[in-house]
Design a protein around this ligand. Structure first.
Ligand code: HEC
Ligand code: HEC
Length: 291
């Protein structure tokens, strides 16, 4: 009996030590990656403040999901409060109180969007820079023009704070916590993408769908636990049998040809419904070109 007690005591002591050690590894790994200084050259982009540019910027802010995370007024939002990850807020990116500093420049916006880096050249958290880094010069300029002229919103959000589980998942590469790590920092973006109905334009636009539908658009298990699997939307999936009108209805209303309406929380159709008819047609052409 005494012996058993001794073994148990010893065993739990070892367990505790191992847990502590693991926790230390996760802390250090997270800290090290958060503190990494990136050396990138932000390629200058000319920002023009025409009505057309600002309108295109607003359109992009909607269809690229900036508003979903940063809020309708871009004044920031608590984005995630998950016991398995921790707390993440998408910050106030206006120049109001609690927002970006007054000297946050056009180039700082470009650095955030194209490299996933803050003013201090350290990685931003969660911000989907691997997608925004693919935007053309003209589109990124439009977004920056739009952001720079936003009315200041006074809102202070609590700082993001990953818990131990979130740090463990990050260490194992299960959450893309650090935006800059997913970016090809040497990528040279196209100057402009012609806004015409074409496979090429569709490919450019569909980058925004790849985060969920995967790089090959063939879907797979959801990255978020408890969410439905992500369908294949290439020509080998059901989209391959749908007419252009049926596809457009799915993106515009969330309603599938069989009548079921998808939940916006699963497939964000309240966002995709803002794509223009030409954009939807281009995405359709591109997805159907994928064998
Ligand atoms: C999935 C949610 C999400 C989406 C979509 C998103 N962001 Fe972010 N963004 C974040 C988070 C979270 C941060 C904060 C990163 C941090 O705290 O390190 C951030 C940071 C930023 C920053 C940097 C602020 C700073 O402190 O330097 C800018 C600028 C920004 N986002 C603009 C945009 C724009 C413009 C879009 C649309 C093209 C966009 N974001 C889309 C979540 C998002
Ligand atoms: C946040 C993740 C997410 C993003 C971003 C996203 N989707 Fe989806 N999509 C889903 C999920 C999940 C479903 C399945 C939902 C269901 O069946 O209820 C789905 C379903 C679909 C379907 C129906 C497919 C079928 O066979 O039933 C189409 C078409 C589709 N998405 C196209 C797109 C396109 C095009 C984009 C980009 C413009 C996009 N999605 C962006 C998650 C996403």
């Amino acid at each position: 009996m005494k012996k058993l007690k001794k073994v148990l005591l010893y065993g739990s002591g070892v367990m505790l030590l191992l847990l502590l050690l693991a926790a230390m590894v996760f802390q250090v790994n997270f800290y090290w990656r958060a503190q990494k200084d990136y050396v990138v050259k932000v390629r200058p982009v000319e920002i023009t403040y025409t009505t057309e540019a600002i309108q295109q910027g607003r359109h992009l802010a909607v269809v690229k999901g900036c508003n979903d995370c940063h809020g309708q007024d871009m004044g920031g939002k608590a984005m995630l409060d998950d016991p398995a990850i921790g707390f993440v807020s998408a910050p106030n990116i206006t120049k109001g109180a609690g927002g970006l500093p007054a000297d946050y420049s056009e180039a700082d916006y470009v650095r955030a969007l194209r490299h996933g880096l803050g003013k201090d050249n350290k990685s931003l958290l969660i911000m989907p820079a691997h997608e925004t880094s693919k935007l053309s010069d003209k589109d990124v300029a439009a977004l920056v023009a739009y952001c720079m002229q936003l009315p200041p919103v006074n809102r202070t959000l609590p700082e993001s704070d990953f818990n131990m589980m979130g740090k463990a998942l990050t260490t194992f590469g299960l959450i893309p916590a650090f935006a800059a790590e997913g970016v090809d920092h040497t990528y040279i973006q196209p100057k402009e993408m012609l806004q015409e109905v074409s496979v090429k334009y569709g490919k450019y636009l569909a980058v925004s769908c790849s985060g969920c539908h995967k790089a090959d658009y063939k879907g797979g298990p959801s990255p978020v636990l408890g969410f439905p699997p992500i369908p294949n939307i290439s020509s080998t999936g059901r989209v391959g049998n749908w007419s252009k009108a049926q596809f457009a209805a799915v993106l515009k209303t969330g309603q599938l040809p069989d009548g079921r309406i998808m939940r916006n929380e699963d497939m964000p159709w309240k966002m995709t419904r803002h794509y223009t008819t030409e954009e939807v047609e281009s995405i359709y052409l591109y997805l159907r070109s994928l064998k």
